[in-house]
Design a protein around this ligand. Structure first.
Ligand code: FES
Length: 321
């Protein structure tokens, strides 16, 4: 008795580089979200979408193409007295073989729909969870403008320990302190030095190396009613950090101790006669003083991070602040 035997048809696509390119695109998106969300992340998205599409097209080629009718190969069974061979799938609910020329056999449909359903369920579970984890880290990370009050409050040539709220609605957790000095006029515009009190070592609040005139403290109302305190100080010896002894000169240059760079500074603007605090930035060193200062300015970095020299390669990715 002769038994028809069918050739195994391939169920998997051949090897392809598309999955690797797709994974590279996803990695590019994740890195881009941290390093450069406006350029690298979109490039990664384009790569991931392009190669994801090519990968999916490659993987589903078998389902979409018209298969050649498969002629059953008939072989003569060797004469034997043994019992006929038991088919491997005996006892299982075997799928009926596709009719010659049948484009979407039931087995293929079930296989594809099972995989598709799994992908949809996986996506429904994973995407929202990842979104809730990742998106908040990239929202509302910008620095708001803070109205520090009229320029007249800042006596020319004097330093003020100025305490304000970045987000008044968030309360005390958003309180920040900066050392502000009115440098007078520069090319017809008021000039200010605004130095952050965050130590460039590990972030402790630096203190003025000189008297703080608490008895002359002023309370100023910001444009949104937030409280701003201004306390005159004379940091003749610069600034010092109480945590590990980091020392800075009055322009914020590191002079000794473990800090890796100078104190950060804030941009500022003048609007309607008020001093408006802008975005903070990092500084390696400052040459000169006051309105004549030449500032080596960098994108804001975290405490302890080098922003220049060979050490900067140790900090290629900086999380949002
Ligand atoms: S945190 Fe300022 S010296 Fe360490």
């Amino acid at each position: 008795m002769t038994e028809p035997q069918h050739e195994d048809r391939p169920h998997l696509p051949g090897p392809s580089l598309y999955p690797i390119a797709f994974a590279a695109g996803v990695a590019c998106i994740l890195v881009g979200l941290i390093v450069n969300p406006k350029l690298i992340a979109p490039i990664g998205a384009v790569i991931a979408i392009l190669f994801g599409f090519l990968w999916a097209r490659d993987a589903t080629m078998e389902y979409r193409g018209t298969p050649e009718p498969i002629e059953p190969e008939v072989r003569e069974a060797p004469p034997t007295t043994q019992q006929p061979a038991i088919p491997a799938n005996q006892g299982e609910a075997a799928m009926p073989e596709p009719e010659p020329g049948e484009r979407f056999p039931r087995s293929k449909f079930l296989e594809a729909s099972t995989l598709g359903l799994g992908a949809v369920i996986g996506g429904l579970v994973t995407v929202p969870a990842v979104g809730f984890m990742v998106i908040p880290a990239f929202k509302g990370q910008g620095y708001p403008e803070v109205d520090l009050g009229p320029l007249e409050n800042f006596t020319e040539g004097k330093w003020f320990v100025t305490s304000f709220f970045l987000h008044p609605e968030a309360g005390e957790v958003s309180r920040r302190t900066a050392y502000i000095r009115n440098n007078g006029q520069l090319q017809g515009q008021p000039s200010f030095t605004i130095i952050s009190n965050r130590c460039a070592h590990l972030g402790c609040p630096v203190q003025p190396n000189g008297p703080v005139q608490d008895d002359q403290q002023k309370l100023v109302k910001g444009d949104k009613g937030q409280r701003i305190t201004m306390t005159p100080t004379i940091p003749a010896g610069g600034f010092g950090c109480p945590c590990h002894g980091g020392q800075y000169d009055p322009e914020g240059n590191r002079t000794s101790g473990p800090p890796v760079r100078g104190l950060d500074r804030y941009d500022y603007a003048i609007k309607n006669g008020h001093l408006i605090l802008g975005t903070p930035y990092s500084v390696t060193k400052v040459k000169g003083e006051g309105k004549d200062a030449r500032i080596h300015k960098y994108k804001l970095a975290g405490p302890g991070q080098h922003v220049d020299g060979w050490e900067q390669i140790m900090y290629p990715i900086q999380p949002p602040h």
